[in-house]
Design a protein around this ligand. Sequence first.
Ligand SMILES: Cc1ncc(COP(=O)(O)OP(=O)(O)O)c(N)n1
Ligand code: 3NM
Ligand code: MG
Length: 398
Amino acid sequence: MKLIAISHPEFILNEAERINALFRDGLLRLHLRKPGGDIADLNRLLGKIDPEFYPKIALHHHHELAAQYGLTRLHFPEKLRNDTPETMFQKLKNAGFQLSTSIHDIEQLSELSSAFDYTFLGPVFDSITKKGYQRIVNDDFCLKEDQKTIKVIAIGGINHSNIHKIKQMNFDGAAVLGAIWNSEASDFQFLKIHKLQFISNQTAGLSHLESIKLALTAGCRWIQLRVKNQPENEVLEIAIAAKELCDSYAARLIINDFPHVVKAVNAYGLHLGLNDMQISEAREIVGYNMIIGGTANTFEDVLLRINEGADYIGLGPFRFTTTKQNLSPILGLDGYRVLMQKLSEQKLSIPIIAIGGILPDDVAEILATGIHGVAMSSALIQSKETKETVQKLEEILC
Ligand SMILES: Cc1ncc(COP(=O)(O)OP(=O)(O)O)c(N)n1
Ligand SMILES: Cc1nc(C(=O)O)sc1CCOP(=O)(O)O
Ligand SMILES: [Mg+2]
């Protein structure tokens, strides 16, 4: 499923830097939408965005700027679409532009020009940004395949806690606005935390580095180096090589347990368990912008992790696994459901990663509880077709 970010409707502080950071964190598409925005301001903003990201930007207004910046994606909001002749859409498409539009009623789908690649349809939830802009579908809505004349992207009120419902509704993607720009850091953060995390392991046939190489070649881009029972200097040596490997695949490296190693190799993040160093203490070592994940097994642990300022939570174990010793009590699907329900009742949100004995066939059900993503070790290492398994997982998770 495609994830699209929509810009804040106003020009905001440090906007270009925030946009560049979103792209660096893996954002694949940004719609630049400034209704009523001045062309000079838009021009200034575009000038500050790193040109390598221009192919990923769709322009909503002042399409005349596209030529200046070599932008090839144009969005036609409803009014502009109605004011533009069909021949123009075909002309733009033939000239190599990728076109998109917005509708607010499913019936309009059948009337859209075939020149459009995709359309936004919404609001699918009560909008965060446009107050009083009420949703046009219910939670049990499901878009029929034969209604989809082109790809349909859900928009309106989508955030970290409801995004999983978009896939159930059979949309092709989700466009997120308010959850990125209007809310607390945790909602913004969920874009940064990958939904598929590989946990390295040393087995009879594979070293840590070999297991990481296997995951990277299969397509994983979030790797946790989890070396147990070895001294810090040996972990550092493996981490240096792991960082080089991850960099060569543009993958994120998280290091388990060792904040000083994280700092020494300039890794992307650190993971800490309930019996490891406290997150606040680790921040003093790794810095305040570093991603830090924390383990939880109970709702109380989750609250503690949120209060400690964790960027994500590894919640487990889902089921019994031999990968980790001294496992906490097994949660199972019901444990995840109950915990996610409590979080939603308390209007709390943080990316939660399920972990422990997870198999590919578990993932759809786990996601349906509102869990953000999954961490896996043995299921990927032991897979006979790791690449196919990762591809299948990405389809379910993204
Ligand atoms: C994503 C993720 N979640 C949980 C853990 C477990 O961490 P911890 O409780 O510290 O146990 P060890 O991995 O250190 O044995 C994790 N590593 N990653
Ligand atoms: C590292 C880890 N932590 C867990 C927890 O419950 O906190 S379970 C686990 C092991 C994950 O590997 P596998 O996918 O092979 O079970
Ligand atoms: Mg630990």
